[in-house]
Design a protein around this ligand. Structure first.
Ligand SMILES: Cc1ncc(COP(=O)(O)O)c(C=O)c1O
Length: 405
């Protein structure tokens, strides 16, 4: 370890020095093997390109993998969140409480239904929504709670479910970062009323674009199936096997279907989920071991009763100990060919939310303070040990340069 960390005197790449690695390392990336390619090609040669047998197979596999009764696939995690917002009964004027420290899609999906996202600040250690802040924001118009399992670390779902029970609210867990995570020995997907996953290429498994809502509630599952299929009560395959043509549109839905081509990829990928999670855990452990002693940095917290899925590895810079801003350190690491990123600009600080709702700085202090310091290090299951060492070396090199303490 000391050889990795002893490069403090080196000239930074941003100042004309040699970068830690010659090629760019992305912050996230899919991994596709020959079995994936063959499965997709087999589906391309089959009778069903969309809404065929692979959809059902993928949905059943995901449901059983996360301990839920039903799974309904969608064309993206965003579409899946929209479906969940609809199934939860959100209508114009309703409120739903969510975290500001998330991708905008979490809150946008509430707006699609005409509902108002009410933000509640996050907990300082895990950066997941603070149940006490939720409780303080419940009003007569609150209908749903939308916690996010930030970076793959589950939110405090037991406490959130207790609040929801007390007030008759629906909990939609945005677990787009947390496929395969565990909370108090239970799988994420088996706890909230509805749980949403994403299969974007930087996630734990991919279908290109894709998402899924899982639930134990048959009524939610039925509504979700209709919502993703124009609001029609049967799908084409069911009509074909029943030998009739009739269908009825019973609600205003969308075409949010995930095609068989994508589901064929999903079935293959899901078989590697355990291995992908294990590799991500290994990478996180290596980062923790080698980075936690460095000055100027705070590594992600993990609560005792949780097994995160490690979608991201967001470090927080201790800016008081550094002579550079997060953005300067971001640029310095990018120059070293390390694909760092920032997750997230708090949703209430985006222009759209500022202009429409009058939000601004100073409302959610924990999230805003974290945002100024956050930097996501590369985290994907196909990273080699050499990649991980390059990240650690580059972080050490850049921090040693800017450290003042
Ligand atoms: C927390 C969160 N929610 C929702 C989404 C939307 O998922 P998708 O990109 O599959 O639409 C993302 C995307 O990364 C996300 O990070």
């Amino acid at each position: 370890m000391s050889s990795i960390l002893s490069c403090g005197q080196e000239l930074l790449a941003i100042h004309g020095g040699k970068p830690v690695r010659p090629t760019a390392l992305p912050y996230g990336r899919q991994s596709i093997d020959e079995g994936d390619v063959e499965a997709v090609v087999r589906t391309l040669r089959s009778d069903w390109l969309t809404t065929g047998p692979k959809v059902e197979e993928f949905e059943e596999a995901v449901a059983s993998c996360v301990g839920a009764k039903y799974a309904v696939s969608f064309s993206s995690g965003t579409a899946a969140l929209h479906g969940a917002a609809y199934a939860a009964g959100l209508t114009p004027g309703d409120e739903a409480i969510t975290t500001p420290l998330t991708f905008a899609a979490t809150a946008n999906c509430l707006l699609y239904q005409g509902a108002i996202p009410v933000f509640a600040d996050v907990e300082p250690d895990t950066l997941t929504i603070d149940p006490e802040q939720i409780a303080a924001r419940i009003s007569a118009r609150t209908k749903a709670l939308v916690p996010v399992d930030y970076a793959g670390h589950p939110a405090e779902v037991d406490e959130i479910m207790r609040i929801a029970d007390r007030h008759g609210l629906v909990v939609i867990e945005d677990a787009c970062h947390a496929l395969g995570a565990k909370y108090k020995k239970r799988l994420v997907g088996s706890i909230a009323h509805m749980t949403v996953f994403s299969f974007h290429p930087v996630k734990h498994i991919t279908t290109g674009e894709g998402g899924m809502v899982v639930t134990d509630d048959l009524r939610f599952a039925e509504t979700l199936r209709r919502f993703r299929n124009h609001g029609i009560s049967t799908d084409a395959r069911a009509r074909q096997s029943a030998g009739n043509w009739q269908y009825d549109m019973v609600l205003l839905g969308y075409n949010y279907r995930l095609p068989d081509i994508a589901c064929a990829l999903g079935v293959q990928q899901l078989a590697r989920l355990k291995a992908n999670l294990a590799r991500r855990k290994q990478i996180a452990a290596r980062y923790a071991r080698d980075l936690q002693g460095l000055p100027g940095i705070r590594i992600p917290a993990v609560r005792d009763d949780v097994e995160p899925a490690w979608h991201l590895y967001p470090i927080r810079l201790q800016l008081e100990e550094l002579s550079a801003t997060r953005d300067e350190i971001f640029k310095a690491l990018r120059a070293e060919n390390i694909g760092v990123n920032v997750h997230y600009i708090p949703v209430h600080l985006h222009s759209y939310y500022r202009d429409r709702f009058g939000h601004g700085r100073g409302e959610y202090l924990v999230a805003e303070n974290a945002f100024d310091r956050l930097l996501s290090l590369p985290m994907f299951h196909a990273m080699s040990d050499g990649d991980v060492e390059d990240v650690i070396a580059a972080v050490a090199k850049v921090l040693n340069h800017f450290i003042t303490a």
